[in-house]
Design a protein around this ligand. Structure first.
Ligand SMILES: [Zn+2]
Length: 456
C-alpha cells in the first residue's frame, strides 16, 4: 500500500476516501499551520475552541495558532498547563484537573498543541467529555498521535486510559523543527525500534503460526526505509528529515489503527522501555522520553540479534534449558530482579509466558529447532549494531542506557527478561527457551563496555 499527498493531506492508496483514515484528517507539510482554520472549517465542529499547551509549545506554535484561528473567525481560549519548575508536566490528576476546569465557557472542540503528554491529556479529556479534538503536533517524538489510549499517571503509577483519536492532525515541519533535538532523536528511536518488532513478528509467524498482517508489515517496512535513507537530513533537522520521521511515526500509528493492536510497532524493545519507565517511576527517579528509551533499548537488542544469529543449535543443552525455566522458584528469583516483586506478581496472574508447562516448553523448543534456518532467513533485513552506532554518533546522542538514567544493575536484568512483560513472542523469549539468554546478555554488555572504553 502506497501513500501520497493531496492538498497536504496524507493519503493511503485504496484506504483513504474523504479522510486519511476512518474520520481522521492528517496533514503533513511545510508551513501548513497557516491553513489550520481552513482544515477545521471543512469539518464543521463549531467556532469555539480551547487550546491546551504548555509554555514551550505555546511559543513554538500555540501563539501563532491563536492568531491564525482569530483571523479565521474561530474563538479560542488557551489553557496553559502549569509549569512544574524542575519537573516535567505529566498526564496526571493535576493536568487533567486544570483542563477540565478550563472548559467554561464550553468549547465546541479542543486543540492539543504539543506532543506526547499534551496529546495524552487532551485525548483523555476528549473521551470523557465527548468534545472532539484536533492535534497540532509540535515534535516528531512519538507514534501516538492517532492513538486511542492514553498512558497516564494516576496516584503516581502508570495507567492506561481510554482516549479519543483526534479528528484533525496538523504536522507542520517548520514547527517540528523547533522542537529540542532530543525529541526528534526520540521519534527516530521509536520508529527505528520497529526493526526489532518486524523481525520478532516474522519469527513468530514461522514458529507459532501467529498471523502476520501483510498490509501493516508493508507500512512498517516503508516507514523504516524512509527513515534509514534520510538519516543525514534527520540529523540536520531539515524539512525533509522531519517529514521522514513524522511519516514513519504516522504510518506506525496507522497500523495500530488498522490492525487494532500494536504488534507491528512494538515488541521486546518496547517492553524493556516500559519496564524501565515503571521501575524508575516506582523509585521516584526521572526517566527518559519514551522514544529515547525505545531507541536505546533497540541498540542492545540489535546487538543481541547478532548473537542470536550465531547460536549453534547443535550445541544446546535441552535438559538444562528446560530445568532452568520450569524450576519456578529458582527462575522467579532471577526474573524478580527485572520486575520487582509486586509487578511480577501481577504479571504472573495474567501472562501465559510466566506459567509455562513442560508441554509448552517442548512445543516451543521443538518448533524453534525445526524451523531454525527459516528463522535465520527471515531476519536478514535487520541492520547491524554498527549501523546503529554510526547513526547515533551522527546525532551526537548516547547509546548507553546508563547515560539516559538506567542503573547498570537494572539493565542487566531487563535485557534477558523483558520478554515476560507480556505474551508477545520475540527472539528474547526464544533465547530463554534455548537457555542461552544470560550468556548473550553478558557478551552484549561486554561489547557496550568496550564501546565506552573506545569512546574515551
Ligand atoms: Zn513507541
Amino acid at each position: 500500500m502506497n501513500y501520497y499527498y493531496e492538498n497536504d493531506m496524507f493519503r493511503l492508496e485504496g484506504v483513504s476516501t474523504e479522510h486519511t483514515i476512518s474520520d481522521i484528517d492528517i496533514y503533513i507539510g511545510k508551513s501548513i499551520l497557516n491553513n489550520t482554520a481552513a482544515y477545521i472549517k471543512k469539518r464543521d465542529f463549531g467556532n469555539r475552541c480551547l487550546i491546551i499547551a504548555d509554555n514551550n509549545t505555546y511559543h513554538a506554535a500555540g501563539k501563532d495558532l491563536d492568531e491564525i484561528l482569530q483571523k479565521g473567525n474561530i474563538q479560542s481560549h488557551v489553557c496553559l498547563l502549569r509549569d512544574r519548575e524542575n519537573e516535567r508536566i505529566e498526564a496526571d490528576e493535576l493536568a487533567v484537573g486544570q483542563v477540565m476546569m478550563s472548559l467554561e465557557p464550553e468549547p465546541d472542540f479542543l486543540i492539543a498543541c504539543g506532543s506526547g503528554v499534551i496529546n495524552d491529556i487532551t485525548r483523555f479529556v476528549s473521551y470523557i467529555t465527548k468534545i472532539p479534538f484536533i492535534s497540532i503536533g509540535t515534535a516528531a517524538s512519538m507514534d501516538g498521535y492517532t492513538s486511542v489510549t492514553s498512558p497516564m499517571i494516576f496516584d503516581k503509577k502508570k495507567v492506561h486510559r481510554h482516549g479519543s483519536a483526534p479528528k484533525i492532525l496538523v504536522l507542520d515541519t517548520e514547527v517540528l523543527k523547533k522542537a529540542p533535538g532530543e525529541m526528534t532523536v526520540a521519534g527516530f528511536g521509536d520508529v527505528f525500534g520497529k526493526f526489532i518488532a518486524k523481525a520478532d513478528w516474522l519469527i513468530s509467524n514461522i514458529t507459532t503460526g501467529e498471523e502476520v498482517d501483510e498490509q501493516a508489515l508493508d507500512l512498517i517496512t516503508q516507514a523504516l526505509d524512509k527513515l534509514v535513507t534520510n538519516v543525514d537530513d534527520i540529523s540536520n533537522a531539515t524539512n525533509e528529515g522531519l517529514q521522514a520521521i513524522i511519516e514513519g511515526l504516522i504510518l506506525a500509528g496507522i497500523t495500530i489503527f488498522t490492525t487494532g493492536q500494536t504488534r507491528a510497532v512494538a515488541s521486546v524493545e518496547h517492553n524493556q522501555g516500559h519496564i524501565w519507565e515503571t521501575r524508575m517511576l516506582e523509585a521516584g527517579l526521572p526517566y527518559a522520553l519514551h522514544g529515547t528509551s525505545v531507541g536505546c533499548s533497540t541498540g542492545y537488542y540489535l546487538r543481541m540479534y547478532e548473537y542470536f544469529k550465531h547460536i549453534d543449535i547443535s550445541k544446546l543443552n535441552k535438559e538444562k534449558a528446560k530445568d532452568r525455566i520450569l524450576n519456578r522458584d529458582k527462575f522467579r528469583s532471577q526474573i524478580v530482579e527485572c520486575f520487582g516483586n509486586d509487578f511480577l506478581s501481577t504479571l504472573e496472574s495474567t501472562n501465559k509466558c510466566l506459567n509455562l508447562t513442560e508441554q509448552d516448553f517442548e512445543n516451543h523448543y521443538n518448533s524453534i529447532i525445526n524451523n531454525w534456518n527459516k528463522i535465520l532467513n527471515s531476519i536478514e533485513f535487520l541492520p547491524t549494531w554498527d549501523d546503529y552506532k554510526k547513526i547515533y554518533e551522527k546525532f551526537g546522542h548516547t547509546i548507553f542506557a546508563e547515560e539516559i538514567g538506567i542503573p547498570s544493575d537494572l539493565l542487566r536484568h531487563t535485557l534477558p527478561y523483558s520478554t515476560f512483560y507480556r505474551d508477545r513472542y520475540d527472539f528474547v523469549f526464544i533465547m530463554n527457551i534455548l537457555g542461552v539468554i544470560e550468556e548473550v546478555v553478558e557478551k552484549t554488555l561486554l561489547d557496550y563496555e568496550n564501546a565506552v572504553k573506545k569512546g574515551k
